[in-house]
Structure formats: structure tokens, C-alpha cells
Write a protein that binds this ligand. Sequence first.
Ligand code: FAD
Length: 432
Amino acid sequence: RCFCKLQGEVDDCSCKVETLDSLNNNKIYPRLKSLLSRNYFRYFKVNLQKHCPFWSDDSRCALRDCHVNICQEDEVPIKKKDTARHGKAKYSEHNNVKGQENGNIESCAEERELSALDTTISKEKMAEFQTWKEHDESLPMFCEIDDEDSDGMEYVDLLLNPERYTGYKGTSPRKVWRSIYEENCFKPENNVKYGPELVGDLESTMCLEKRVFYRLISGLHTSINIHLCDQYLFPDKSGFGPGTWGQNLEEFQNRFDPELTKGMGPQRLKNLYFTYLIELRAITKAIPYLESETFYTGDIKEDVEVMEGVSDFLSVAASFQHHFDESKLFKGNTDEMKQLKAEFVHHFRNISRIMDCVGCDKCKLWGKLQTLGMGTALKILFSGESMNPGSTVDAKSKNFQLTRTEIVALFNAFGRLSSSIHALETFRSLAR
Ligand code: FAD
């Protein structure tokens, strides 16, 4: 039996690893794989040119496999949506796409009427906009979100730039990971030695909120490292050829086998399941919002298919929404709790900024996408009207908005975790 065949409850959640393996590999992974290949999800807008805000060593990595192919704007099949941000306009746009498909003249007429309204900015609309703006600004912002139209923002085709082995190793990634764990995760109480090596009895040294933070980051780290083992570049034996891509069991064992990792590997693998459950919970909490989203690209047929695909995926995900209870976090309205929440947000924002210090563009691309996806999940979890388990983010509420980039990041980040859990199955069979 491979050490990577984990068993038992995911820590701080109420779900068994075995149950998640089965749900993910049979239901979630195939659906997401197909969904993430659609145009709406495959083009991600990102700024890879930003300078590292924390240290000067932000030299560009010259490794061949770190290169990212940028798309020209005119190659990207995503049209810009007009001003409609949510609410009735959003619903009507949704109906309109379906309406055209079914020849539903009524909803098209309604849409025309709303579009006409949209072009005149009434006092009422300005006041409404001000309310959204004030609310958006009052939400805890886990990541700095770049303006889509700002300098340096470029589209990347994620399918043409997969997350895989790049050869990025040594001082630079070590510094990034160290800074993440040592400067931006919480320190355990009682002076327990802290660092990436932190392991073992987290429950007795850290409160739930701090454990959640650590496990989220460790789960992300696990996922990144599983992908580089799953799609590893074996050099050509002659030394002249391009090499071949495949699973590297030895690399995987070096990173996760308990005997080779002072017992820490399995715990790190378990943290992957934790991160997966948190992002899954966030997605299910946002079901009403996501079901009203149009996934607009401008291609009606594609958009309808994507809406149907998302709806099918959400119906499967919905059965797993109660395995993490975010209402247990930041309980009580004390100053201490408020401070803890502010620190949680501040640390996470720092980690998202540290991604600009990653010295390999491909790793930076996926690092930025996955931290934005995780930040979006946290924004959803802590934005509900009510924090009760099972509460949802109301689609019609004026108080909640996600940008296209956040939705793309959320789904792709979750897709990465899903793909990592799926890859574990392959390593299990290779290790037999
Ligand atoms: P590292 O993975 O660098 O880990 C550093 C230390 O952290 C380890 O010694 C260990 O003590 C601890 N640690 C390891 N895993 C965990 C965990 N799950 N939880 C807690 N602690 C842990 N390389 C690629 O080939 N492709 C990529 O796409 C890629 N993306 C990256 C994205 C980012 C944001 C970063 C920072 C690095 C990325 N890398 C990528 C590099 C990769 O993650 C490793 O840093 C690299 O392979 C060197 O590995 P290492 O053995 O030195 O240990």
C-alpha cells in the first residue's frame, strides 16, 4: 500500500479522505477538466511584469520551461461584457442568451429595454453604484486585484501553458516559500519552532484560524509539487533531444514518503484535501451567484453550453457543501477576534504579492492564479449575509460581486487541486 493512500478524516473538517477521492476522481475531476477547456475559463488576464515588492532579487528566470506564451488581444475569443454588473440586468442577459437560442423574442425585447436604460446614468443608478462601491470597499480584500485594463495586463492561454515541471529550484523558490511560511503564516504559541518544517500536533499549538491559514498554504504547496512530479521532464538520454514528459515516482517519493520527509509527507498530502474542501465549500456557497452568471464570451452557443456545464458541476458539488463550517472561524465580536481577522487578511494579501517575486514566469503565472483563486474562495466564505453553515451568497444581492478574472481563477485553482488528487491515484498504481 502506497503511503499516498491516505485514510481517515481531513483535519479540521468532517469528511473522510477516501470519500473525497471517490467524489473527485469519478465526478468532479472529469466535469472540471471539460469545463476548464472552454474559452471562458482558459484565457486568464494577468500582469507578469510587476516587480517584487519585498526584495530586489527578482531576476527573470532563463529556463526554457519557465517561458509563458502571451496571447495577442485579437487572438482571444472573449468579448467584453457591457456595463451590466448584476441584478436584473445580469438575469436578463442570462435569459437573453437562452432566449436567442430558443427564439424567445420577449426576453430579447426586455434586454433591449434594459440596455437602453443602461446607457443613461440616472441619479438612481449612480446611487446604486455608490452602494456597490462602498460595499465592495468594505469587504475583506484577500488579494490586490489588478485593473483589467491597466498596463502590463495580458491574456494567457492556460491550456498552452500548463503547470508542470520547469526546473525552478534552489535559492529563489526556497526564499519564496520561506518568506511565505516564516514571515506570513502565523507563529505557533509556546515558542514551538516554526518554519516550513512545522508538523505534528498543530491543534495544541495553534488556534483554528491559524491552523486553517497554515493548512491552506501547505495544501497549495503540495498541489504545486504534485504537478511538477506528475508532469516531469525526463532529459533525453543522448543529451540532445527535447526530453519526454511523464510521471516521476522517485521525485514524488522524495517529497512525500514519510521515511524521506521525517514523517511529514502524509500530513502535507492531507493538507491538499483540506484546501480542496475549503475551495469546494466556497464554490457551493456561491451557487446562487454562479447560477446567475452568464459566462459571457460573445459566442452564444458556447456560453449556453458553459452555463449548462457549470450547472451540472455545481449540482454534483452541492452534495459536499457541509464538510467545512466557516462560521466557526472568527467567532465573537471581540477586539482580539477583529485583530486576528485583520491579520489573516493582511498575511494573505502579502502572500499574493510575494507571487511577484517568483523567478520563473510559468510558476509565477500559476502561483498568481492559485492565490487569486484561494483569495476569491476566502472572499466568498467571509462575505455571506449570514455566516451560518449552509448559508449562500445571494445572487440577487447588490452586496456581492465577482469579476470574470476572479471566477476564472477560482475555478482553475480548484481545478488544480482536483487534478492533484486525481494524480495521487496514478502514483498509487505506479507504487504498487
Ligand atoms: P520546496 O518545495 O521548495 O519546499 C521548501 C521547504 O518547504 C521544504 O524543504 C519543506 O521543508 C517544506 N515543504 C515542502 N512541501 C511542503 C508542504 N506541502 N507543506 C509545508 N511545508 C512544505 N516548480 C516547478 O517545476 N513547476 C512549477 O509550476 C512550480 N511552481 C512554483 C510556484 C511557486 C509559487 C513557488 C514558490 C515555487 C514553484 N516551483 C515550481 C518550485 C517548487 O515548488 C519547489 O520549490 C522546487 O521544486 C524545489 O523543491 P525543494 O525540494 O527544494 O522543496
